[in-house]
Design a protein around this ligand. Sequence first.
Ligand SMILES: O=C(CO)[C@@H](O)[C@H](O)COP(=O)(O)O
Length: 218
Amino acid sequence: MVRIAPSILSADFLNLEKDIKMMESAGIDLFHMDIMDGMFVPNISYGPMILEHIKKISNVGMDAHLMIMEPNRYFDIYQKIGVEYLTIHSEASTHLERDLSQIRNLGMKSGVALNPATSEEAIKYVLEVADMVLVMSVNPGFGGQKFIASQLKKIEKIKSMIVNAGLDTKIEVDGGIGVNNLKDVVDAGADIVVSGSSLLKGDFNKNYQAFKDVLNGK
Ligand SMILES: O=C(CO)[C@@H](O)[C@H](O)COP(=O)(O)O
């Protein structure tokens, strides 16, 4: 069962509670939270305070995608908030194996993200301590960018690595995904699909149904 995780970056922040409730009522079970520091990526988005507020009004799980340098400085904060996945970038962590193990030891699922230019080889020796690999199919920092098709090959290679190692690590794919390329992403091996603008711009319920129709082969 493929999970669809809306990227909250594309929500209406003046009516955030309304958007959160709308997505929860539609059956969404994972929110993708894009946390940006203006250093690792050129943009600054929001921080833990927004996640804390969402937690007060919703039981939907959260995948906190930290697009920040030296992410281990913030592990405790996200543990207290109660996120399901805490995802860090392979390019931003000095000691990736230790950081991923620490996330697990704190009781969260560990996620490791790869920029489009980063090879799957970067996670070869940490796959055993990763509950999820996040393949970025755009350069992180902004919503609404074009899907980078070369990432499909990377998803397939990571899927093989996981299967060959006998692991249950999930693959999440994020950036530029819509009904036009959803099937390609899932066929390549995605277990979780993140989408911002294609889901949240316009009529969410209609867009979400179109995503589900693709997944159901309609
Ligand atoms: O992490 C990011 C961008 O850095 C993504 O989560 C995007 O926010 C997804 O938005 P779309 O590409 O689907 O509009």
